[in-house]
Design a protein around this ligand. Structure first.
Ligand code: AMP
Ligand code: MG
Length: 279
């Protein structure tokens, strides 16, 4: 598998309608792999694999996949530990585009499905990818306004897993697969295989607990890395224009502020909210 973007399918259009029958039109199941060194917590992780599996939760089918390897620039040579963990080789990243370009390709792929701003729930195994890894890398590389807005909120699948399975112990991907009696297919810690396996966990939880049990658990607090959501901004501006100016008189009672177009997804379940990060 070469280093450049492997984007199959496309087209689709149609999306962007947000929730449908109580669920999202699509799930976007993702899992980054990054440079690393054993026992080194100070290592500045750079994303080296950027995969996404687009699932229709209604039909339970994989609609499309996006995958690109990413070339690290801060520490371009992969450690032996990193290659052993992920199975990703130096050759695969050497010919790959840098993160900014991959984010742009990913955004275009999302747009081809109508979901770059909303209409899909991104699902991850933990909070590390969107809460720590990507924000820190974007900060170090001064990448602002480049991440598709659909990733401003996400589902950490460990929380629905605990809710649906009645489990107090949060498990890693392999532990969740084991408890659900689902075979781990492919190489654990290779992003595309992890994403496909996490998608199976999400589908199994939806089958047991209903599709709405797989919901947003977290949202971004710092939005500087995200591209502005054009659709939402335009809709807000139009809503503001549609309201005629109110006369200012002593008897004037201000109308309640219009509801925000997109409330922040602080929808972490009570049990989950009490727990820590969940990465
Ligand atoms: P995962 O999603 O569990 O495959 O891990 C994502 C990324 O976290 C990996 O690509 C590594 O950069 C880092 N990582 C995972 N496990 C370890 C570990 N045991 N030691 C150091 N880094 C790790
Ligand atoms: Mg992984």
């Amino acid at each position: 598998n070469g280093g450049s973007a492997t984007v199959s399918g496309g087209g689709g259009g149609g999306g962007g309608t947000g929730r449908d029958d109580g669920g999202y039109k699509y799930w976007l199941v993702m899992d980054f792999e990054a440079t690393c060194e054993k026992d080194d917590r100070t290592w500045p992780n750079e994303i080296i694999e950027f995969p996404a599996v687009l699932v229709d939760p209604t039909t339970r089918e994989v609609v499309d996949e996006f995958r690109s390897m990413v070339r690290p620039t801060e520490r371009p040579t992969l450690t032996r530990f990193c290659t052993e963990l992920t199975s990703i080789t130096q050759d695969q990243v050497d010919g790959a585009p840098e993160l900014k370009e991959v984010l742009q390709s990913f955004d275009a792929w999302l747009s081809s499905h109508g979901i770059s701003e909303d209409g899909a729930l991104s699902i991850w195994c933990g909070d590390w990818d969107l809460k720590t890894c990507l924000p820190r890398e974007c900060e170090r590389k001064a990448l602002h306004g480049v991440v598709p807005p659909v990733l401003r909120q996400w589902c950490n699948i460990k929380f629905p897993f605990c809710d649906v399975m009645g489990s107090k112990k949060r498990r890693g991907m392999d532990g969740m697969l084991g408890e659900l009696r689902i075979e781990l297919v492919g190489h654990h810690h290779l992003g595309i295989d992890d994403s496909r396996n996490i998608a199976k966990i999400a589908l199994a939880l939806a089958a047991r607990g209903g599709v709405e049990s797989v919901a947003a658990t977290s949202h971004a607090r710092d939005v500087s890395m995200y591209r502005k959501a054009n659709g939402l901004v335009r809709a807000r501006e139009q809503a503001a224009e549609a309201v005629p100016p109110q006369p200012l008189s002593p008897s004037h009672v201000p109308a309640p502020a219009p509801a925000p177009m997109s409330a922040p997804a602080t929808t972490k379940p009570a049990a989950a909210a009490a727990a820590a990060d969940g990465a």
